[in-house]
Design a protein around this ligand. Structure first.
Ligand code: TYM
Length: 328
């Protein structure tokens, strides 16, 4: 049996990068041979200021989205990170074997702190250790993530190996799983940088909840180039990104899409792409709204998930406490 685990921050919007990089791969990996865990990392979200009422809403929204995309709570343990206190407990222990230097090298911290190291929270700096704890607590074999999280999963591997060397075999060393297409959806307004929910402009991303008019407006303003042919060429980064999105929402190869636009220009292509995205998102949005209308049911699913996760996590923590010598 393979244990497969991933998590997303319930902060603000979820965009199509999150969907293609992590949620969809997780749905594809649900099977009787795997044991899957998916959770909303609310304690990661508070590494930057959050309004309590919004955070609560975002946790429910994230849960509704996972279910709408196809997560089946009978096959995947679906829960909220803060409900399983072993995550933060193990994070403390891992903090004591992690090195300042390796955390300082994390590119996401460098990007997010942008040199303001003195005013960012300690939590933001320590965030990858909590993520390592999320993964190692469950003896996870495979972690499906977008390309931006690879470095964090590698830190989890390093910490697992360091702990095992120091205290004897305890943790499974996890492997990141990064899909070929869709693991790095780029910003619409800047195809050099990844699509990001913390982007300053809304034109950077397509939110899962964007309506048809918004999608069309954003796609029309997406940065491309001055060439006139529609063809897949990695060097034409804006177009390559749009073709990748087109391919993901229609499940069609990029070259086939490009051939459908032979002799046509960006105008037709962008209208076609916006339509394809909305055709993909509209039914999903209906499902999300349906799940959100029944909050008690969502809370019930999360409660049950937390109980199942806790049963695994508490057993693991007993072993960890024993290994480090605090269990009398
Ligand atoms: P987060 O919430 O920033 O992103 C959630 C997932 O979406 C992927 N992703 C993308 N994929 C493709 N293109 C993009 N532009 C794009 N932007 C984001 C991310 O790679 C991620 O897979 N630290 C993590 C959450 C986390 C976690 C974990 C993940 C906490 N504990 C344990 C796996 C295992 C984060 O902030 O992801």
């Amino acid at each position: 049996m393979n244990r497969i685990l991933t998590a997303l921050q319930p902060s603000g919007i979820l965009h199509i990068g999150n969907l293609f990089g992590a949620i969809e791969p997780m749905v594809g990996l649900q099977s009787d041979e795997n044991e899957n865990l998916l959770f909303a990392v609310d304690y990661h979200a508070i590494t930057v200021p959050q309004k309590p009422a919004e955070l609560r809403r975002n946790i429910l929204f994230a849960t509704a989205t996972y279910l709408a995309v196809g997560i089946d709570p009978t096959k995947t343990i679906l829960f909220q990170q803060s409900r399983v206190s072993e995550h933060t407990e193990l994070a403390w222990i891992l903090n004591c074997i992690a090195h300042m230097g390796e955390l300082e090298r994390m590119t996401q911290f460098k990007d997010k702190s942008q040199g303001n190291d003195l005013s960012v929270s300690v939590g933001l700096f320590d965030y990858p250790v909590l993520m390592a704890s999320d993964i190692l607590l469950y003896d996870t074999n495979v972690v499906p993530v977008g390309a931006d999280q690879k470095q964090h999963v590698e830190l989890a591997r390093d910490l697992a190996e360091r702990f095992n060397n120091r205290f004897g075999e305890t943790f499974v060393v996890p492997t990141p799983q990064i899909r070929k297409e869709g693991a790095r959806i780029m910003g619409l307004d800047d195809p050099e940088k990844k699509m990001s929910k913390s982007a300053t402009s809304e034109k950077n991303y397509i939110s899962i909840m964007d309506d048809e008019a918004t999608v069309l407006k954003k796609i029309k303003s997406a940065v491309t180039d001055s060439q006139s042919t529609i063809m897949y060429d990695e060097k034409r980064k804006g177009l390559a990104n749009l073709l990748t999105i087109y391919s993901l929402v229609t499940n069609t190869h990029v070259n086939q899409i490009a051939s459908e636009y032979e002799g046509k220009g960006y105008g037709d292509f962008k209208v076609g792409l916006a339509e394809a995205i909305s055709d993909y998102l509209t039914p999903l949005q209906e499902k999300i709204k349906g799940y959100l209308a029944n909050e008690d049911e969502l809370i019930n699913i999360l409660d049950q998930g937390a109980q199942r996760a806790k049963a695994i996590a508490s057993k693991k923590m007993e072993v960890v406490r024993q290994k480090i010598g605090v269990q009398l």
